[in-house]
Design a protein around this ligand. Structure first.
Ligand code: DUC
Ligand code: ZN
Ligand code: ZN
Length: 478
């Protein structure tokens, strides 16, 4: 094993299935050897005392995505992927939004323009499908799947994105035909509108009422409906950003019935609560925590942990959806102060996803280090068709995070490297932090300093998801 470009020596190598003290040898951006006593490489990294794990893959982030009211996101590709690298990630999968009236091809082209030469880490695109025209479903979607855009997201709420039941069924069916994996935002449109109007009429307009307007039943009802549509059309779906017991139990129920329903949850659903949205007045900090579905409560965190521990959830993603707090377009804009309805929905979290899960999950004995790797990297790669990512073995991309499992850090804005002007986890103490992020053999972050440049991230065409393939092999329900 000669001519190694890089040897990472003496770390504890942990994958989703194994762990061993070993050296990792890299050549031409690929892992070529994992073993003991590898020959000297051109570059050497002493990893003694550190864990060497597959680079984090965050399969749910939003970058440079416009919203209906003209709100601008706080991160484009440059700052968003920089933040990802700072948090130990080497791949992100953001969304390419199809606005109504737009073709899917134009949506994808638009996001390539935004990302090209602007990414510190590798990236793919999911497509947000809001306008399921016969052309979009019959021609564009199959063509885009064959070019590596193998997953789509659909919404069951929001005026500018909601699909009705008939449209959901059409989209699921078309996705099943071409192998696209469907991610579903499960919150029911009518129930939210009803609650929002009722609360506003009663003068209950502060950020806290965002959580009141979207109780768990809103998420549970929509999850059940999405699961039923998936069963009827015979397609696998991923229910994203699950916030609490009710929707979690729907997924568990579906999986116990043998349906291919997958679940994703996020740091906010095991660490933030609806009480964080409470503020004394509209200028207070409650809007910093407004996201959808809303964070719940400690009982709910326990339910989410049980879902993580029992395999209801396959992925732990950030749902990084960054908005400014201050300023005309931020969470305290004049419109946002007039009602919670206008507070931009989303929080930044790509830099803290891995530390929060390590600290709350591994350090507190809730999950093993192998499960941590599965939840933050490997499962994202398998579910979303990234065969070359998510493990440490010869042939895989040399995407590695060197993890300091005992490092204590107080989370603060200056460590985030994101474009937002705050972090919802300001002042939270965690144990476990990335010491180094390596992308295809290049050191992109060392001891908190982001190195490299934003031309180093590559676009990743993705294969058809394992789940979609299995569903197709098992045959059409009719
Ligand atoms: N859904 C997301 O996936 N992210 C932020 C807001 C939303 O509704
Ligand atoms: Zn969503
Ligand atoms: Zn999201």
């Amino acid at each position: 094993m000669k001519n190694l470009d890089l040897v990472i020596r003496g770390g504890e190598v942990i994958t989703a299935s194994d762990h061993a003290r070993a050296d990792v040898g890299v050549r031409d951006g690929k892992i070529v050897a994992v073993g003991i006593g590898l020959p000297k490489g051109k570059r050497e990294i002493d990893a003694r005392g550190l864990i060497v794990m597959p680079g984090g893959i965050d399969s749910h982030v939003h970058l440079a995505q416009p919203s209906a009211e003209g709100t601008v996101m706080a991160d484009g590709f440059e700052s968003g992927t920089r933040s990802a690298i700072a948090g130990g990630n080497t791949t992100v999968i953001p969304f390419a939004l199809q606005s109504r009236g737009m073709s899917l091809r134009d949506a994808v082209a638009d996001y390539h323009r935004k990302a090209d030469g602007q990414a510190y880490c590798d990236y793919g695109f999911h497509i947000i499908l809001t306008d399921p025209t016969p052309e979009a479903l019959g021609q564009e979607l199959p063509a885009l799947v064959s070019r590596g855009y193998t997953s789509i997201k659909v919404f069951m709420t929001y005026d500018d994105m909601v699909l009705n039941d008939r449209e959901l069924l059409e989209v699921f069916d078309a996705a099943g035909d071409c192998g696209a994996l469907v991610m579903v935002h499960c919150e029911g449109y009518d129930a939210i509108r009803f609650m929002t109007e009722k609360l506003e009429k009663a003068g209950k307009i502060s950020p806290y009422y965002h959580a009141v307007s979207r109780p768990e039943a809103v998420e549970r009802e929509a999850a059940h409906r999405a699961i039923s549509h998936a069963e009827i059309t015979g397609v696998p779906i991923m229910i994203v950003h699950v916030s609490g017991r009710e929707a979690m139990e729907q997924i568990r129920w579906a999986r116990n019935r043998g349906l291919r329903i997958m679940g994703e949850t996020c740091p906010q659903y095991v660490s933030l609560s609806a009480d964080d949205l409470k503020g004394l007045n509209m200028d207070d900090t409650g809007s910093k925590y407004v996201c959808s579905p809303p964070p719940r409560d400690p009982e709910s965190w326990a339910a989410i942990w049980s879902g993580i521990q029992t395999g209801v959830f396959q992925t732990f993603s950030s749902d990084h959806c960054p908005f400014y707090f201050e300023g005309k377009l931020g969470k305290k804009s004049a419109a946002a102060r007039s009602s919670f309805r206008w507070v931009p929905n989303g929080i930044p979290g790509v830099a803290v996803r891995m530390p929060l899960l390590w600290s709350e999950g591994v350090m507190k004995g809730r999950i093993s280090p192998n499960e941590f790797v599965a939840l933050t990297s490997t499962n994202h790669a398998r579910i979303y068709g990234l065969a070359q990512k998510g493990s440490i073995a010869p042939g895989f991309d040399a995407d590695l995070t060197l993890w300091d499992p005992k490092r204590k850090i107080t989370i603060t804005q200056s460590l985030m490297e994101h474009g937002a002007d705050y972090t919802p986890w300001e002042g939270v103490e965690v144990t476990g932090w990335p010491a180094m992020t390596i992308l295809r053999g290049e050191i992109m972050m060392r001891d908190g300093e982001v190195l490299g440049n934003p031309t180093m991230g590559n676009f990743l065409p993705r294969e058809i998801s394992n789940e979609a393939l299995r569903a197709r092999e098992s045959g059409d329900p009719f």
